[in-house]
Write a protein of this length. Structure first.
Lengths: 325, 280
């Protein structure tokens, strides 16, 4: 954190020439006490955060080195990296990775465009309308992902849905279209529900970013005769780069963990399985702790890799973006 | 001039309607489904032709009440406790970060960030195994503890951002005016900090309330299964009846309180969400 908050308690003005040494000693003692207090207050939260994530992932790393099924606990044997070999040579892993990446890329791109449009609308809206729009937009954010998944599922479902009847006139849609019996149609609905639910978040982040673009800049550009598109490309977007990058990275990492919608709608059938679901199916469904741990660790490694690439590529300093300015 | 104003007005009305449609359509759709009779579920129509409360009856007082009400109790209890613990710990932590000078601030904030992007499913497998061994599987604490990994990081970030904006000099000013330390804290600082803490609590509660991965992996019975996981286990009144109506009704019941919270506190929620994330 670059701007450490000023601590008015420090007796900075008291260090006169005569009592300088004593003041320094006093200062260091006070500083020490402050450090101690700081860690006493912040420590519990810090320790718990580590305990609930670092410890399990290390345990998973350890478990992944064993051939270990809960159905046969006595047959637990050390096999080194064997589980990773099994996972990485299995076509299922690569298929699921592909599906997960596809969902991540498509949803983030659509959300970015849609979210930006919504942010622009809210930014430009009259004060009286803005409050309403913001409230409306927050509704999807507050709704449970599982509920959103069911809502979209029932809309499109061949039995309980109405989409087929409503959009009968669209070529390719007829009352007998079973959306959840094909890879692409299922993925389309899964992504739609994901996009619906998470676009509000991205648009609020972008709205905050828009608010930080100095009005003088856009006004100056307008006076100079820049068109709307030029102002957007040359003035507004460059000034919001940081906000956009943060929004994209956070949404991408979130989308990469997608689980709820897929579980509810297809449970991975018709080649729609994602990595989280594979991990769940392996360890909780089939009780293959060793293999499941390997999938979990690999999934974690993927997230780290995405983070690393994003930070290197876009030079996003996350901590400074999210924390201080 | 007048014509252009009316035109602008009409444009805004159209835009607002579109946004409202976007935000509310899926909710209205599942709500309409929740009022349909079983025989009407396959009608292919959006609205029920005759409205019925039978789905709500089934989950509140009928055959599915055990499943639904117990999960509702679990969800409310577990989410509230997880939120409470997270907010208390995060308040202390964020106070220290905003107010005190000590090494390791950056480490704490970076850790919170790392935890918040952590793939939840990665820690489900080890927890599943561990919880079964130490008896926390299918219990409230068995969900509250992992929920802290969801609620703590965002609480720390949001609160640290809030606390940085508090003019802490007020405390000194009050002391100069003759207030005791405690009085100065209570009268000058608490009123300023309370909205931030409250907002953080709402956001943390949303996150705990929304969880599905932990809920479905770490529970097996009505003893601790939260609503999102229970919805996935709903069956119809009989084996041959579809659970669509009951699930829709349950979904609406758990959605209403959240929508009310959003309506009441939208300003605070927005500032909490974006402060933690962009401005700080």
């Amino acid at each position: 954190m670059s701007t450490t908050t000023e601590t008015p308690t420090l007796p900075s003005g008291q260090a006169g020439r005569t009592g300088r040494r004593r003041a320094i000693q006093q200062f260091s003692e006070r500083a020490k006490a402050e450090r101690r207090l700081g860690w006493w207050l912040a420590g519990p939260a810090f320790v718990i955060m580590l305990a609930v994530t670092a410890y399990p992932i290390l345990q998973a790393l350890y478990d992944s080195l064993f051939s270990y099924r809960l159905t046969a606990p006595d047959e637990r044997t050390f096999i080194g990296l064997g589980n990773y070999g099994v996972v990485l040579t299995d076509v299922v892993w690569w298929r699921d990775l592909g599906v997960t990446l596809l969902i991540t890329v498509v949803t983030v791109v659509v959300e970015l465009i849609l979210g930006f449009a919504l942010a622009l609308v809210m930014h430009k809206a009259l004060k009286s309308v803005r409050g309403w729009l913001r409230t409306a937009i927050l509704v999807p954010y507050g709704i449970i992902t599982v509920v959103s998944a069911f809502a979209w599922f029932y809309m499109f479902d061949i039995n309980s849905g109405f989409v087929n009847t409503w959009f009968n006139w669209v070529p390719g849609i007829d009352p007998d279209l079973n959306w959840f019996a094909g890879t692409w149609t299922s993925l389309a609905v899964i992504m739609a529900s994901e996009i619906w639910k998470t676009t509000p978040f991205i648009s609020l982040l972008l709205l905050a970013g828009l608010a930080q673009v100095p009005d003088e800049l856009t006004e100056a550009a307008e006076v100079d005769g820049a068109s709307w598109w030029q102002r957007m490309r040359r003035v507004i977007l460059p000034n919001m780069k940081a906000a956009i990058m943060v929004a994209v990275l956070f949404r991408a990492l979130d989308a990469f963990r997608i689980f709820d919608n897929v579980f509810i709608m297809t449970n991975g059938a018709f080649n729609t399985e994602v990595l989280s679901l594979l991990a769940y199916r392996t360890s909780i469904g089939r009780l293959e702790i060793g293999l499941g741990s390997a999938v979990s660790v690999l999934l974690f490694a993927c997230v780290l890799l995405i983070c690393f690439i994003a930070i290197k590529l876009f030079k996003v300093d996350l901590a400074s973006q999210r924390g201080d300015k | 001039m007048k014509a252009s104003r009316t035109k602008e007005r009409v444009t805004w009305i159209i835009i607002s309607v579109l946004v409202l449609l976007y935000a509310l359509f899926p909710v209205v759709s599942i709500m309409a489904t929740s009022f349909k009779l079983p025989s009407e579920l396959t009608s292919g129509k959006f609205l029920p032709s005759s409205w019925t409360g039978s789905n709500y009856e089934q989950i509140l007082v009928g055959s599915a009440q055990d499943l639904f009400l117990s999960s509702l109790r679990n969800s409310i209890g577990i989410a509230l406790i997880a939120t409470f613990i997270a907010v208390v710990l995060a308040t202390l932590c964020a106070y220290a970060i905003a107010r005190l000078d000590f090494p390791g601030k950056k480490v704490i904030l970076t850790t919170a960030l790392a935890v918040s992007i952590f793939p939840v499913i990665s820690i489900v497998t080890p927890l599943f195994n561990l919880w079964r061994n130490i008896g926390l599987y299918d219990t409230w604490p068995g969900l509250i503890i992992p929920y802290l990994s969801l609620t703590l990081p965002i609480s720390i970030w949001t609160l640290a951002a809030f606390f940085r904006q508090i003019p802490w000099e007020l405390e000194q000013a009050a002391q100069v005016d003759g207030a005791t330390t405690w009085q100065a804290f209570r009268k000058a600082i608490v009123p300023l900090a309370a909205p931030g803490v409250f907002t953080t609590a709402i956001i943390a509660f949303f996150i705990a309330w929304n969880d599905f991965v932990y809920g479905i992996s770490l529970t097996s019975t009505e003893a601790a299964r939260p609503v999102p996981a229970a919805l996935a286990f709903f069956t119809g009144a009989s084996q041959f009846e579809s659970p669509v109506g009951a699930i829709s009704a349950a979904a609406i019941i758990v959605t209403i309180p959240i929508v009310l919270l959003v309506l009441l506190f939208q300003r605070q929620i927005v500032s909490g969400l974006t402060q933690g994330a962009v401005k700080g």
